[in-house]
Ligand binder design. Structure first.
Ligand SMILES: *Cc1c(COP(=O)(O)O)cnc(C)c1O
Length: 347
């Protein structure tokens, strides 16, 4: 092994849950993974991951991709025709943070809804479906995000998802889930993968967020859909070769890093409790999972506070001139939380 030397190594990094590095156990699993050429369908580790993840959700098939942007965009591409319309919340990652991919890749338009912290309702969806009128784009897809990233890691109420499914069934719409942080929601709300597999047509999950793998996302759905997705993954340039070592990290993460998300959620609550006592902290969005978004007021601006925290080796992200986001993850230890709490208290 070689020594890991990196200036960020000494930092307490709350900027995102994507900053984690593979654990020793994960590295060992990656090192030992049997490999093959996945474009030929011959990487045994990728095949195993795809089948394992599909099985978790009770779905027929899965496809391993380099990113969550790719799994979402492939799903939208497969579910729509150019000129169709996709319904989603206005804060959705698929709309805000995927480079205009819905228009670029699929030629589809978007109907944005003003949800409650990233969560839309069945009534809102019903009201946004276009009538059968040649002037209107054809509504074909509804996409939900759970947890909702830009809304501070909020979780859907599963009954609302069921109601949205009913509306989709009544209007022949497909239902996709951007589940980049679905496992955070499952752990927080004590829900199961199978529940989600039953109500969504397709689900995207990220292995490289809270689960701590270095790379990779999975798109899950019916076998015929995933066959079509495999064609678009190639078109989008996402066909990888001996990527089983990445899939091995994902398998390890699904086996070892799901239940521990509870610890991240607990740590996030401790940070929020500390922030709540400070005069320079305004509104704190409700903390449901591993994200805390808070308003900075009075003595500091958000960028000021980021700079001040950095002097104590604490990295945070100013997501607006008045808001900071902290994200807790696998590489944040209890000692780091304690250091951060003491640092904030002293400000
Ligand atoms: C991170 C994320 C994605 C996928 O992002 P990639 O960086 O492309 O893997 C998708 N949706 C949400 C909500 C995310 O937070």
């Amino acid at each position: 092994m070689f020594a890991i030397t990196h200036y960020l190594w000494h930092m307490i990094d709350f900027r995102s849950d994507t900053v984690t590095r593979p654990t020793p156990g994960m590295l060992k699993a990656m090192h030992e993974a049997p490999l093959g050429d996945d474009v030929f369908g011959e990487d045994p580790t990728i095949n195993h991951l795809e089948q394992f993840a599909a099985g978790l959700f009770g779905m027929e098939a899965g496809i391993f991709c380099p990113s969550g942007t790719m799994t979402n965009q492939i799903a939208i591409k497969c579910h729509t025709q150019p000129g169709d319309e996709v319904i989603c919340d206005h804060l959705s990652h698929i709309y805000q943070y995927e480079g205009g991919g819905i228009a670029f890749n699929s030629g589809a338009s978007v109907r944005l809804l003003q949800g409650d912290r990233g969560r839309i309702t069945a009534t809102q969806v019903l009201g946004a479906i276009n009538p059968d009128d040649i002037h209107k784009p054809v509504t074909t897809l509804v996409s939900l995000e759970n947890t909702a990233n830009r809304a501070g890691g909020s979780c859907y109420d599963f009954d609302e998802i069921r109601s949205i499914r009913k509306v989709c069934d009544q209007h022949q719409l497909k239902l996709h889930l951007d589940g980049a942080r679905l496992f955070n929601a499952l752990v927080a709300k004590n829900e199961t993968c199978k529940q989600y597999g039953e109500v969504f047509d397709t689900i995207s999950i990220c292995l490289s967020k809270g689960l701590g793998a270095p790379v990779g996302s999975l798109l899950l759905g019916p076998a015929s859909f995933i066959k079509k997705a495999r064609r678009f993954r190639k078109v989008f340039g996402g066909g990888m070769r001996q990527a089983g070592m990445l899939a091995a990290a994902g398998l390890y993460a699904l086996e070892h890093h799901v239940q521990r998300l509870q610890e991240d959620h607990h740590h996030t609550q401790l940070l929020a409790d500390t922030l709540r006592q400070k005069d320079f902290v305004g509104e704190i969005l409700p903390v449901e999972t591993n994200i805390v978004i808070f308003e900075v007021k009075g003595r500091f601006t958000a960028p000021d506070l980021v700079t001040i925290l950095k002097r104590s080796n604490i990295l945070a992200l100013a997501i607006s001139p008045t808001q900071i986001r902290l994200v807790v993850h696998l590489d944040i230890t209890p000692a780091m939380i304690e250091t951060t709490i003491q640092t904030i208290k002293a400000l």
